[in-house]
Design a protein around this ligand. Structure first.
Ligand code: NAP
Length: 246
């Protein structure tokens, strides 16, 4: 039977690739992002709507539309997220930190706290969180981004304990370097600087990560993948990256 899969941040990268992958499985999709005009055409049966996870009213409106279109949520993919800049803590001004924490942590909580009660009541449902290698190993210039992704690990652990016995599953999918719009966003539109991140490396694609998300979501109900750490073969840690010189 088809599932109702809700994906935040489906306008680009991992979220978009995941939407395409679940669509191929015949699932019913609800897709949200601020650039909602990009959502049209991903899947013909999808409910597509503007969503800013940092705005509680936007989250409520999006979820109301999703539930009306496709009924109870089976899988919630908390993918919306970003890194902004590379400020060291001593150089920070606060604006980028707030944006990252409001999006990656508080935004995720806003939507999850609204979706979870019905999952608990129905004794089924799957919350999938897109974390990062940055949540496992911190790097200079990424303290707050890394911290936001580290926070997701604790949130996932707590949710697993809080939902124990309800049949609800909680999975964290934590990628290393993936070539998406992530670096263009991090460097506020500087495409040359973003391209240098992937110079000489074969990074993951958004489809590689989407495959892991689909794998987790398609295990039998008694199987929970707690955490999937997926890295490019050419990346061992945020600091150790093999680059072919051109
Ligand atoms: N690329 C990597 O190397 C990498 C590695 C590890 C983890 N990740 C994580 O993977 C997730 C997806 O990133 P990506 O690599 O696919 O980057 P991306 O191509 O920049 O996609 C990010 C998505 O998040 C959405 N988003 C950002 N802020 C939002 C908000 N306030 N409300 C709703 N949607 C919002 C964006 O949509 P709009 O701008 O249209 O709202 C976009 O669809 C993020 O959580 C990121 O931290 C990425």
């Amino acid at each position: 039977m088809s599932r109702h899969v809700v994906i935040t941040g489906a306008s680009s990268g991992i979220g978009r690739a995941s939407a395409q992958a679940f669509h191929r499985l015949g699932d019913r999709l609800s897709l949200g992002a601020r650039r909602h005009e990009r959502l049209a055409g991903i899947a013909d049966n999808a409910f597509c709507s503007a969503l800013d996870v940092t705005e509680p009213a936007s989250v409520t409106q999006f979820l109301e539309g999703a539930l009306a279109a496709h009924g109870p949520i089976d899988v919630l993919i908390n993918n919306a997220g970003l890194a902004r800049g590379t400020e060291k803590i001593a150089e920070g001004t606060g604006a980028a930190w707030r944006e990252m924490i409001e999006t990656n942590v508080l935004g995720l909580l806003e939507i999850t706290r609204r979706a979870l009660p019905a999952m608990i009541e129905r004794k089924q449902g799957h919350v999938i969180v897109i974390g990062s290698i940055a949540g496992h190993i911190a790097y200079p210039g990424g303290g707050v981004y890394c911290g936001s992704k580290r926070a997701l690990q604790s949130i996932c652990q707590a949710m697993r304990i809080e939902t124990l016995g309800t049949g609800v599953r909680v999975t964290s999918v934590d990628p290393g370097m993936v070539e998406t719009e992530f670096s263009v966003v991090r460097f506020s539109g500087d495409e040359d600087r973003a391209a240098k991140v992937y110079d000489g490396v074969r990074p993951l694609t958004a489809d590689d990560v989407a495959e892991c998300i689909v794998f987790a979501a398609t295990r039998p109900p008694h199987v929970n993948l707690d955490d999937i750490l997926i890295m490019p073969t050419d990346q061992a840690t945020p600091f150790h990256v093999h680059r072919e010189s051109s």
